[in-house]
Design a protein around this ligand. Structure first.
Ligand code: ADP
Ligand code: MG
Length: 253
């Protein structure tokens, strides 16, 4: 439980003079759910963007295994074992659930036009593998009866599940979730929470950004709190709930 899987070292992101993220240090431990909390504009999404290679840090680096990473692209991060879902769900509405999930399988693939164009044996082999992986995820995320349904016909909560399944197609060691329960009812939030625990049980480390304090407190093994781009607290949910700076940040102090 205590084995370190990633180290975040002095990561900062500057947007034209504004430090959206400032000098963040943290360790991510194998198979934990690490909650990232903070008021609106605290830098949570920007921080996840750095971890997923969508945003280059202005300063700092990550260490994953023996690799030190200061600049990266999403497909490199996927290869290194990180995958994310987005705050705004970006699925293809006219394609069905299975096809949308399958798309996730190409996030870490080298583009091999030749293989795809001529549907070579290697390509067909990979396709078969991806389909079986997608079928398993459809099972895990309880989407069996929606497999051939178009995304446009699904509820927000069902779309979130498809999005999570799609992120898991690259078989990440670390799954990054940005507000998976935004806009969901308490029952739907409960459903997604259960699935996040199930994913953890399957050996995936989860970094969870969530606005819903109750949900993040009950799911996380550890929590890091950001405010104005900086880490203001770190600890178990119990420690965080009692932390003065956290209470102040949430009260808008
Ligand atoms: P959170 O996800 O915690 O609500 P964000 O990471 O989205 O916070 O934003 C942190 C800060 O950075 C905010 O002040 C936001 O306005 C700013 N910001 C985010 N993205 C950009 C961008 N692409 N360009 C300029 N400023 C940005
Ligand atoms: Mg955000």
């Amino acid at each position: 439980m205590n084995e370190q899987i990633m180290k975040v070292n002095n990561i900062s992101v500057n947007f034209g003079g504004l430090w959206a993220v400032k000098s963040i240090d943290m360790d991510v431990k194998k198979n934990e759910i690490l909650g990232v909390m903070g008021p609106n504009g605290a830098g949570k999404s920007t921080f996840l963007n750095v971890l997923s290679g969508l945003q280059q840090p202005s300063e700092g680096y990550l260490v994953i295994g023996t690799q030190k990473i200061s600049q990266s692209k999403p497909w490199n991060m996927a290869k290194l074992g990180l995958s994310r879902s987005f705050q705004t769900v970006r699925l293809l509405p006219e394609l069905n659930v299975l096809d949308n999930i399958l798309i996730g399988g190409h996030m870490d693939a080298e583009k091999q036009a030749w293989d795809i164009l001529f549907r070579t044996k290697k390509y067909r082999q990979r396709e078969k593998e991806l389909i079986s992986r997608a079928e398993n995820l459809i099972e895990t995320l309880e989407l069996k009866d929606k497999k051939y349904e178009k995304i446009s016909k699904l509820s927000t909560e069902e779309r979130r599940r498809v999005e999570i399944a799609r992120s898991l197609m690259t078989q990440p060691n670390i799954l990054l979730l940005d507000e998976p329960c935004a806009g969901l009812s308490p029952q739907e939030t409960e459903e997604i929470s259960k699935l996040i625990l199930k994913i953890k049980e399957q050996g995936v480390t989860v970094i969870l950004v969530e606005h819903n304090v109750k949900m993040i407190m009950s799911l996380s093994d550890r929590i890091v709190v950001l405010d104005h781009g900086q880490k203001i607290a770190e600890g178990t949910p119990d420690e965080i709930a009692k932390h003065e700076d956290v209470i102040k940040a949430y009260l808008g102090g």
